[in-house]
Design a protein around this ligand. Structure first.
Ligand SMILES: [Zn+2]
Length: 155
């Protein structure tokens, strides 16, 4: 296979790994570009939902509203991937995926920001939400160890 064919194949494949940015979840995706986490909330129940859903609350059938989350949470667990399993996957190995319980009470997956090394991680550490930039158009949820985050102007 010629080099150009390989490059084209990898570019095509990588698109399938990018998040589906449905219009009804626009507050989540636009917030990521600003470094903010927006999640859904059922006002009558007071419960939060992540990842976003298009449906109404299963408890009371109210429509969810969007709420800017605090952006801090507690590290539950993490895993480091040392090899790539799929050609074109947007994160270069090794990369670390965290499970963090945010202050609003929902657990979410996010990538470990480059400002924190995996050797620093311990369960129950306080993490700060910091989206990871894949391209100009695409950011995905991510976290950095609280106090290790640099301002967006420095990055
Ligand atoms: Zn509800």
């Amino acid at each position: 296979m010629a080099l150009n064919e390989t490059d084209t194949a990898e570019l095509d494949i990588s698109k399938q790994f990018l998040p589906q940015t449905e219009s009804w979840a626009e507050p989540l995706w636009s917030g990521l570009h600003r470094g903010e986490l927006h999640i859904q909330k059922c006002e009558p129940c007071g419960s939060f939902v992540y990842p976003p859903v298009e449906e109404t609350c299963p408890q009371c059938t109210a429509a969810y509203s969007w709420h800017r989350a605090s952006g801090t949470g507690r590290l539950w667990s993490w895993v480091t991937f040392h090899r790539s399993y799929y050609p074109g996957y947007p994160l270069a190995s090794p990369y670390t995926v965290l499970m963090v319980e945010i202050e609003e009470g929902v657990r979410m997956l996010g990538s470990l920001d480059a400002d924190t090394s995996v050797e620093e991680l311990q369960c129950d550490m306080t993490m700060k939400f910091k989206p990871v930039r894949l391209s100009d158009d695409v950011h995905i949820p991510g976290f950095v160890l609280l106090g290790k985050e640099r301002s967006r102007l420095e990055t």
